[in-house]
Design a protein around this ligand. Sequence first.
Ligand code: FAD
Ligand code: NAP
Ligand code: FMN
Length: 594
Amino acid sequence: MARVLVYYSTQTDTSKLLGQDFGAVLNNTFGEGICKVTNIRDLEGLDVLGEFELVCFFISSYGDGEQCDEGMEFYQTLMSADDGYFDKSLTHFTLFGLGSSLYDLYQGAAKDFYGQLLEKKLDSLGQFGMGDDGLATLTDDYEGWKFDILPQISEYLRIPYQVSEKYKGRYRVLELVEENQLHTHFSTANKPPYHSDKPYVAHIHGLKRLSAVNKDSKTVIHATIDLDSSDSGLHYTTGDHIGIFPSNSDENVDDFLKIFGLYEKKDQHISIIPVDRMSTKCFVPSHTTYRQICKNFLEINACLSRKILRQISELFISSEQTKQQLLELSKDRKTFMDRVVSKHKTLASLLVKFDTDCSMIPFSFLLESLGPLKPRYYSISSSSVKQPQAADITVSTVQSEGDNFEGVFSKNLMNMLDDKDQTFSVPIFLEQTKFRLPFDTTTPIIMICAGVGVAPFRAFIQERTKSTPTKKRQTTNLYLYYGLRNISRDLLYRDEWESYSNDELVVKFAESRPSKGLRKLYVQDLLQKDAGLITDLVCEQKASIYVCGDAKKMNRGVSKTLLEIIKEKKGGIKQADKFLKYQKILGKYQEDVW
Ligand SMILES: Cc1cc2nc3c(=O)[nH]c(=O)nc-3n(C[C@H](O)[C@H](O)[C@H](O)COP(=O)(O)OP(=O)(O)OC[C@H]3O[C@@H](n4cnc5c(N)ncnc54)[C@H](O)[C@@H]3O)c2cc1C
Ligand SMILES: NC(=O)c1ccc[n+]([C@@H]2O[C@H](COP(=O)([O-])OP(=O)(O)OC[C@H]3O[C@@H](n4cnc5c(N)ncnc54)[C@H](OP(=O)(O)O)[C@@H]3O)[C@@H](O)[C@H]2O)c1
Ligand SMILES: Cc1cc2nc3c(=O)[nH]c(=O)nc-3n(C[C@H](O)[C@H](O)[C@H](O)COP(=O)(O)O)c2cc1C
């Protein structure tokens, strides 16, 4: 009978992976079956929590420090419960929050959750853990928290524990003689409803390069994904996201298989079976091959974590010299960030530099430490009113010549672009957002973006210019503030902006790498220049503000500038801050930043 329950709430599966890891660690450490792991969306009522001695939560933040969609219902149930609800049936919990310090309300959801649990008179066992995705230290933060909390759980459950030096695989790999039908990719036989666990395999076409070929430009690619809505039941609303599962390139897959001594048997039929089915779910099909797993299911290009490097050095590397070199790289966070993370070293690209035998590393270890290939998210750049059966995407490819690094889906798109004659399919699912046009089509809208952040605004503009006939409008009510590197090389969808009249749309550009003689401008400089207009639009005409693109730099600059601008009208920075926060609550100031 399980004594501990692990709950995770997730949007992009990171907290699911951590929750499952934590469950497996508890089962390995304190005895098989002691812990059960569940998605928070599957919880029916609060009573079930009282059946356990300890509940461990993994909570990720979205929106403005809000619960992710899956966790919202549980959070509301918790909020509405009485203070003494658990009445000693449950007394303790642990909580690890996942977030990114790039967002203003860092760990907002986890903090709210923590507060609610304390209000319900539950005690926190150990520290409130926090993992920072924005600093790329999330795995490290989690490992540190786990290290501290295990002795406390041991004491609480009254089960002594010892750290095992021996590696216990979480999966058994069965090499099969019989050659049944193989499962090589997500199934095209999936039936609706489609979601991230059961994606729809969609046709992708219409690829074209939107930016000029130039060493200073990023390659930006447009593509269209058929949703076949009447059959698939997939319907999006303007402003939504699409999730796409990429596949690793053959070249990367072969390199990976060679390093781990699997290349010769790459097409061997195998079955992967979790040792502990209670806490470990298998993310690969039941009958497949090493090559198919590495191509379509395993994140072989993920940036390394210190934990993986340490474990590999300590458990599997026989050469003392290599072991010490690898441990040296992982000895402290700064060395690791400088020499591994910032150079985007993957497990394979790091190990290949050491002349060492890696065939000792079990495939189970690779599966559990690298985890499933994650979907990549894109802001849909078409309007659902204008194009309901298909979703456009606008992708700024991730490529870095210096490090010889190319993003996985970026590489997929580049290959498709070079091979226009072929037809391509990608597993996809839709994700609803709150990034929505105002109901009232006469509300002025201010759209602020940098680079590929223009994607959802293309959709907004398509929709507004279609649903609001120009003749009926009295004043201009669409404003696009668009930051880009250089207007002659990097302007995306040039023809489209030119096709709208000034009465329909006002577009203003800020060039950060302009031609000689012109001043470098960021999009917030444009807002500052138009301070009078912005104040009038926001404070008098009740305009809605939308920001899209980079969360790290651009969004911070923009929100600071908006505050400065509104400050004059509102009589001080505090009042302006209060006003803008209220606009966010009303949904009149929205961000789609990543
Ligand atoms: C909600 C949301 C909406 C998004 N919308 C869009 C959109 O509309 N358009 C768009 O283009 N993108 C968008 N993105 C980003 C997109 O999801 C992918 O992250 C991006 O396309 C890269 O995917 P990839 O598979 O090519 O790269 P991956 O294989 O995932 O690699 C990218 C990773 O490598 C890191 N990296 C990249 N270059 C280097 C380097 N030289 N050194 C070290 N690290 C490096 C990045 O920080 C990133 O973590 C969005 C993301 C989110 C979360
Ligand atoms: N997570 C991911 O994997 C991923 C993938 C794609 C895009 N993105 C994010 O989305 C953003 C847009 O992508 P992109 O490829 O289109 O970017 P981009 O072309 O490199 O950048 C767009 C514009 O933003 C400007 N900018 C830089 N710092 C700024 C700041 N502090 N304030 C305002 N503007 C600033 C850039 O100026 P400079 O000339 O000074 O750089 C450039 O003009 C990227 O910055 C990136 O963070 C993330
Ligand atoms: C669109 C978006 C919005 C986010 N908003 C916040 C936020 O407001 N506060 C925060 O701390 N983290 C925020 N994050 C970061 C996520 O919480 C973090 O990446 C986390 O690891 C995701 O976990 P998951 O994969 O389990 O969903 C946001 C991430 C995205 C993509």
